[in-house]
Design a binder for this molecule. Sequence first.
Ligand code: NAD
Ligand code: DAU
Length: 355
Amino acid sequence: MILVTGGAGFIGANFVLDWLATSDEPVLNFDKLTYAGNPENLEALAGDDRHVFVEGDIGDVEHMGRLLSRFQPRAVVNFAAESHVDRSIHGPEDFIQTNIVGTFRLLEAVRAYWEPLEGAAREGFRFLHVSTDEVYGSLPPDAPAFRESHRYAPNSPYSASKAASDHLVRAYHRTYGLPVLTTNCSNNYGPFQFPEKLIPLMIINALAGDALPVYGDGRQIRDWLYVKDHCTAIRRVLSDGVVGEIYNIGGWNEKANIDIVNIICGLLDELRPREDGESYRSQITFVTDRPGHDRRYAIDARKIERELGWRPAETFETGIRKTVAWYLENTAWVDRVQSGAYRAWIDRNYGERNQ
Ligand code: NAD
Ligand code: DAU
């Protein structure tokens, strides 16, 4: 079996669902169930004994050690992290604990499990660390997209904590020989994304008749990838990636935030028109920028294409249409994730921003 950490979050849950849709190999899903972890994302697996869920913290070495000895996974895929940049600005501590200390402790538990393995079990074992393009920092407008050799220059507590985790993963390979793979991916979107992130937040606010809060001038650029394409890329790296290598993953979809918001409004105007006949665009509001806001990310995904034959299947147009449709169809999920704690976060993050 494989062990997945953070498999109740957005990308992790999509990965587990896709894994079990395409393979019979069981998954041990280990997740702390923070505000971002939602067992409802995995509801489709109820009663499926190929999926074993265990609640726990990647920083708990003993717990992880017991699970590794008991289940003997052939691979660990590490999604577990604090993932939201704005939250890292308001409270970096959890990011240091989970993304740095937690990854370190997970590596320690995995090393203790892997070192005594022998033969094919030792040779075939993999630790795949899921990371982000944000570790490379911000790109000038005309600079070439991030390659795997790009200098690390993280600008937020989130990206700094992910950068530190990447360095630890690299060090465990170079120092102890742990067979690691690292992926650095661009912005994901799709089903089950928690509505603190740009795309689901805009869909949900639009439908609720709330303001669509665009930070600064809205001209910041991100490189968007449909989440299921990220999952296929991770599967490909896990099966065919060369130990110790880094693979950048992206969708070749550079878009300014304001253009994303306009596209979402256009789709909602078509699929769920406002009763007053106005466009959802009238709800767009420019608000105080995010401190240290990176201007542009762009991924050069040629290495994974050349060496592993992976390319995204979705264009932004097909992926965003599926995503908007998913949020329109899954209103119960949407209602339930907007708990009291979610409202408190919205008040905290947006309450102090000027319009
Ligand atoms: P998410 O916030 O939706 O989910 C994170 C999951 O990790 C949650 O289920 C949470 O409960 C769990 N978790 C948090 N702390 C934990 C701990 N200490 N122990 C065990 N579980 C813990 O995040 P996501 O968007 O699904 O991102 C998953 C991974 O992919 C992260 O490592 C993130 O840095 C990386 N990534 C995300 C994106 C993106 O656009 N969302 C892009 C590139 C890389
Ligand atoms: O690039 C990969 C990263 O993408 C991942 O590592 C992170 O885990 C993930 O959260 C994401 O980070 P971003 O900061 O780019 O994503 P977010 O959805 O928070 O914001 C996307 C852009 O939209 C960013 O430029 C900030 C802007 N934004 C965001 C929100 C929530 C707004 O203008 N208004 C908003 O309300």
